[in-house]
Design a protein around this ligand. Sequence first.
Ligand code: SF4
Ligand code: FE
Length: 490
Amino acid sequence: MLMTGAQYIESLRKLNTRVYMFGEKIENWVDHPIIRPSINCVAMTYDLAQDPQYADLMTTKSSLTGKTINRFAHLHQSTDDLKKKVKMQRLCGQKTASCFQRCVGMDAFNAVFSTTYEIDQKYGTEYHKNFIEYLKYIQEKDLIVDGAMTDPKGNRGASPAGQKDADLFLRIVERREDGIVVRGAKTHQTGSINSHEHLIMPTIAMTEADKDYAVSFACPSDAEGLYMIYGRQSCDTRKLEEGADIDLGNKEYGGQEALVVFDNVFIPKDRIFLCGEYDFAGMMVERFAGYHRQSYGGCKVGVGDVVIGAAALAADYNGAQKASHIKDKLIEMTHLNETLYCCGIACSSEGYPTAAGNYQIDLLLANVCKQNITRFPYEIVRLAEDIAGGLMVTMPSEKDFKSETVVGKNGETIGDICNKYFAGSPEYTTEERMRILRFLENICLGSAAVGYRTESMHGAGSPQAQRIMISRQGNINAKKELAKTIAGIK
Ligand code: SF4
Ligand code: FE
């Protein structure tokens, strides 16, 4: 059954998720002003699925049960599915201007589904069967799952087993008849607090020495021994200001990252999808990373659409919309944004079926996609700041604009003075101008910058991770042969 956004929010209240922020336990985290925008953002993925005009993008038929499900819980069955995934993400980005968090689960489903099939083929294990039963449960209940990969990693020069503190990569600490006990953490987990479940994967390719670290499993977000420490964002405490609205830039939506700690958590046997088969850790990582690098060719493009729109509005409000350099900057922003979209669509169009039957993206093109994402949003934001003007970061607070304190000799209030001196084009109100500048501030260097800027750099893997994949997939030797043939070199 598909949930509505409101039902999703209510379903979170039933969980006993342990959340800490600013050094304290947060009891009612669902209504916490800093957390709530990130929950609203996930709720959008439910509400859009209820809207008939988006049914083709947001919902589909389950390959496991034949029932209608949210596309975020789907196993991609064709290149058309892969393209629709990207289009769905662009749509969600356009509606929220934020990270809507649900893709990490979708990307994990598809990576774990195909990898477990191949592990079972080699080792005669039952991970694939376990995973299918698990995914049926997720699809049926329409749940949010945090697909969690990134370990703390400690000393980057040492392997998981080579760390001074053995907990710096998540590992198996006990093997029992009925399951395993795991210990460690996953860092900067997108949407972890807003998820009903966690689906854990290893973070790097491993060797035999790392056997205990080669583990994949699922557990509820409120499992015994599991807790989360909220990651703060710039300007986050503005959300705590009474009556805050304009100064937030994006009042309704936001992203979320947290440190997720597994303090000896028991995982029953039927929720285990990898347990010591270290030679498959790399495959799971590569596939998940590939899908998530494709994802950015959708979500960041959708947010980019909103940034471009906001920059164009800022130009209108400044009265500068007719200047040729402004028009040219908007064209450049559009060109960059659509180039990213091309990459998302291209790696999807060139997808292929895995042995398990679901579709995988073209890995080289997905890595090129994400590599561009580590650059173009920065240029788009640079141009947006250029168009917006310095007022974006020097403007007084919304309380000043609304203040009735008299400051002028003729009885003018602080509000009167702010509205007078920060007016732009006479066709628009000063408040409209403020709102769009605060929105741009939020996305360029406020709390939304986590999702649009720094996440574009490091989310789904830092630039160097893509360059390694590009060097592996780029086939330089074949290119040398091409040149030799034409140049007449034997
Ligand atoms: Fe989805 Fe993009 Fe957020 Fe990743 S960064 S979870 S792809 S919205
Ligand atoms: Fe991300």
